[in-house]
Design a protein. Sequence first.
Lengths: 114, 111
Amino acid sequence: DAGVIQSPRHEVTEMGQEVTLRCKPISGHDYLFWYRQTMMRGLELLIYFNNNVPIDDSGMPEDRFSAKMPNASFSTLKIQPSEPRDSAVYFCASSFTRSGNTIYFGEGSWLTVV
Amino acid sequence: AQSVTQLGSHVSVSEGALVLLRCNYSSSVPPYLFWYVQYPNQGLQLLLKYTTGATLVKGINGFEAEFKKSETSFHLTKPSAHMSDAAEYFCAVSEETALIFGKGTTLSVSS
């Protein structure tokens, strides 16, 4: 079975450029999460969706960050304009409804902004 | 607000030795607790979880953890470390749906 699929796996971009990260959740999962991992701050929850609707975006760091989920099988996280401090690993994850259910992570998108 | 504290950012053990990674949580309601492992350049993989029922939870690769409500702890153990256990380990708590992670503990295993 396919897991959570993220693209690109690696991205190097210049400061000021727009970055779009993509995610395909596991089929049938109705929750989708975006996390960011850095050495300084660890794993931070940015935003999560339930049935394609954003539920909690309080972790989105700035207005430069936006996330969408146009359908059950696709989500994007966009950074515009990007800054060097956005360099991090961005993980997408998905799960079935119900607290306590396992959340499955993708392999991550490694972003470097120079 | 829920939170997780992992004691020790780095733990080193010898191959064959006991592994003990500590995790304490804060939650206003009975929590769901998780341990995930991250190998270099990879995503996170579930090791084990506690939701309800038996407080001693067994996971993959010989790991287990015990939920102790009185101590608000969920420490991860493995009787005998293997070189392949070297990775970063994350404890996480969930009250509703999203997971809140600790800062992680890097486990090094020497021969």
